[in-house]
Design a protein around this ligand. Structure first.
Ligand SMILES: [Zn+2]
Length: 426
């Protein structure tokens, strides 16, 4: 199967240039001017942008075990619609991904039924309980790409130190959801002005910062790969910057919602603004944005965390943390950062495709001959309406409901196969 995408503005080496792209089965075969190769299907991309498929290294597909929220089929379809061709699924399923059988279940189901590639994160500790180290060696046989107890942050210092040391032996990144539970308590929103105003308990910035400080100090001692998930405070970023300058292998990601929203969004008690870490202050948001632009934060990850309507549709304090990310990520960032004149489009694409691919040494993330045929075609003037009916995820929980953004993904090819086609959806 050969596909020719003609006359698009193609993302290459950090810039958009007019070119044709030829896909041959699951590889990019050729990129250049006026390609004449024979193809089974030809697409005219004149006036459209052709980008590498996006890569989301922090997602929850809820499969196995919580398929009323999402499953591998619905989650990867929503991802393909958002322009993603690779996602990395976190381990907090039911059962937890702490054994080879569950890794293989996800691998098999994603391969047979998925609309994008699914990388699997193994738990750092058994059942993510923070009591004993999980069998990382065993899960590596199934190809896990990272380890993490995301959502269940290991509190006990000695265990975390030993787990980092063990993981270092495999040169696998450890992804940290940094949260000191004794400080976070049952906090609902960011600890500060808004929590006081709303009469809700707050999660102080410190709850994140002390864990990052601790783990960076561990990483300094051990020299392991430490990746900070969904970073959210200005002080956390300063610490990552310090670690980088000290030559440590410390990396970080940020979510679209922490780049676009602040704690002010919680004022109406919309449970679709309840996330962990919480939406922070404008100073923090600005720090996240600056760090992303400058490359101190390496890439964007959505933390797609779907929940069923009935779970979110209740009192703020009872609703679970987390929001849908796949179907709003690119368009909300394009409108909120690129069209707002804050960030070049090229940088956004770099942080959503090239940088996460480099982090895991994946053979995708750029439009280069020989790499995986993971490509998307985008109409930057096309509108995306964020309505429950239009969403492919089982979860409709997004703070952007009712909004409309520019930056529509028209087609997604994953390994050369069309996994999203906006024409079919109409
Ligand atoms: Zn998390």
């Amino acid at each position: 199967m050969r596909t020719l995408i003609k006359n698009g503005l193609v993302y290459r080496d950090g810039a958009f240039v007019q070119a044709d792209v030829l896909l041959d089965n699951d590889r990019i075969a050729e990129v250049g001017q006026k390609l004449t190769a024979k193809a089974d299907s030809v697409f005219d991309a004149i006036g459209k942008h052709v980008m590498p498929g996006f890569i989301d290294l922090h997602v929850h597909l809820r499969d196995p075990g919580q398929m009323h929220k999402e499953d591998i089929v619905s989650g990867t379809r929503a991802a393909a619609k958002g322009g993603f061709t690779t996602v990395q699924a976190m381990a907090n399923t039911d059962p937890v991904v702490d054994n080879l059988a569950t890794v293989e279940y996800i691998n098999r189901k994603a391969k047979e039924l998925g609309s994008c590639k699914v990388l699997v994160v193994g738990a750092l500790t058994r059942n993510s309980e923070g009591k004993e180290i999980a069998s990382i060696a065993n899960m590596l046989k199934g190809g896990i790409t990272a380890v993490s107890d995301d959502g269940s942050c290991v509190q006990e210092g000695r265990l975390k130190f030993n787990a980092l040391k063990y993981a270092a032996g495999f040169n696998i990144p450890v992804i940290v959801h940094a949260e000191d539970y004794s400080l976070a308590g049952s906090g609902q929103v960011n600890g500060g002005k808004i929590s006081t105003q709303l009469g809700l308990s707050g999660i102080p910035a410190l709850a994140e910062e002390v864990m990052i400080a601790r783990d960076i100090m561990f990483a300094e001692k051990i020299r392991c790969r430490l990746h900070i998930a969904h970073i959210s405070t200005a002080r956390s970023i300063e610490m990552v910057q310090w670690a980088r300058q000290a030559g440590l292998d410390v990396t970080a990601e940020v979510t679209p919602h922490h780049l676009l929203l602040t704690e002010e969004a919680c004022v109406g008690f919309d449970t679709n603004t309840k996330v962990k870490p919480p939406l922070r202050t404008e100073k923090d948001r600005r720090a996240c944005f600056d760090a992303l632009r400058e490359g101190v934060i390496d890439f964007i990850a959505t933390d797609h965390a779907p929940h069923a309507d009935y779970e979110k549709d209740r009192e703020f304090t009872l609703a679970p943390y987390g929001i849908n990310g796949f179907e709003t990520a690119f368009c909300s960032l394009y409108e909120g950062l690129v069209l707002a004149g804050e960030l070049p489009l090229e940088t956004l694409v770099q942080r959503m495709a090239e940088a996460p691919a480099r982090f895991l040494s994946l053979d995708t993330g750029r439009i280069e001959p020989g790499l995986a045929a993971d490509v998307i075609m985008v109409d930057l003037d096309g509108e995306v309406s964020i309505t429950p009916d239009a969403m492919l995820s089982k979860s409709k929980n997004t703070p952007f409901l009712g909004r409309s953004f520019k930056g529509r993904v028209l087609k997604t090819w994953c390994d050369g196969r069309i996994t999203w086609d906006a024409d079919d959806a109409e």
